[in-house]
Design a protein around this ligand. Structure first.
Ligand code: NAI
Length: 278
């Protein structure tokens, strides 16, 4: 018995990079897979069928079941069609991996509206659109479900030249926590991963080592997609090449205003006390 036998998984942006590895890993553990990919360039321009088709071929050659889908995650119609292709091919949807992504880097002062809109549309709206369409279907099915989103260190900590991408990825982390709360009673878990891997997206970033192959990211996704993680929800996990971790917010103990802090000057004086970790 495979860990994911009988499950139907959709991976967006699965025609290459990390998404391809997720689709192969989920199928290897028994899930039937929808390999979605728009098939365009790193900046989201263009489209094509070759990328998704080639991953479907790989899965089939390895003995798995898969179908391709070429819609964009960035529209409500595209998202609905992605979920529908799982239902049409395999009768249901159990697992969604929101992975599709593009980059349009520019410093804030030079950022163009079109660059902002395109990145927010694919990452943030795409994650919302596919999550909503699939969660509605999962609620109807009544058997729970798994949604795994993709955030980034750029969103959690900031990265130069990525105000659009960082905002979208921070938004995805926040969205994950809210969706997890709302979908808990339907036994649908919602988590996010923060990967670091060498792909076409990071090929020109010297700080990402060659040995951080995208295959290293997928075991965490398979875990979160499985019954092994039925009680894990609303959390953000790092898969930094070979290292696994969880990202958590910390709140400092802080200082009560009743301690006499009533003016900006008092805040300045006690700033270290307000911000000190325990
Ligand atoms: P990639 O460029 O190889 O993969 C992204 C895939 O999404 C591509 O195959 C692309 O065709 C597809 N795609 C783009 N727009 C789409 C759309 N509108 N609809 C459907 N598919 C679309 O890059 P990589 O590195 O595999 O990225 C995967 C995810 O991981 C992205 O969300 C990225 O932001 C995230 N990520 C990657 C990191 C890394 O170190 N590689 C670091 C942090 C986050």
């Amino acid at each position: 018995m495979g860990l994911l036998d009988g499950k139907v998984a959709v991976v967006t942006g699965a025609g290459g990079g990390i998404g391809r590895c997720h689709a192969l890993a989920l199928a290897e553990r028994g899930a039937k897979a929808v390999v979605n990919d728009l098939g365009g360039a790193r900046d989201g321009t263009g489209s094509g069928t070759v990328m998704a088709d080639s991953v479907v071929d790989e899965i089939r050659r390895a003995g798995g079941e898969a179908v391709a889908n070429y819609e964009s995650v960035a529209t409500m119609e595209g998202a609905a069609a992605i979920v529908q292709s799982a239902v049409d091919a395999f009768g249901r949807v159990d697992i969604i991996v929101n992975n599709a992504g593009i980059l349009r880097d520019k410093t804030l002062l030079k950022m163009e509206e079109s660059m902002w809109d395109a990145v927010i549309a694919v990452h943030l709206k795409g994650t919302f659109a596919v999550t909503q369409a699939s969660a509605r279907r999962m609620v109807e099915q009544g058997d729970g479900g798994r949604i795994i989103n993709t955030s980034s260190m750029s969103g959690l900590f900031g990265n130069f030249g990525q105000s659009n991408y960082g905002a979208a990825k921070a938004g995805i982390a926040g969205f994950t926590r809210v969706a997890a709360l709302e979908l808990l009673r339907h036994r649908i878990t919602v988590n996010a991963i923060v990967p670091v891997a060498k792909t076409r997206m990071t090929e020109d970033i010297a700080a990402t080592p060659q040995e951080f192959v995208p295959e290293l990211v997928s075991p965490m996704v398979v875990f979160l997609a499985s019954d092994l993680a039925q009680d894990v929800t609303g959390r953000v996990f790092g898969v930094i090449g070979p290292r696994l971790c969880e990202y958590k917010y910390i709140t400092t103990p802080g200082v009560a205003k009743s301690d006499g802090i009533s003016s900006p000057e008092e805040i300045a004086k006690r700033f270290d006390d307000i911000t000190r970790d325990e």
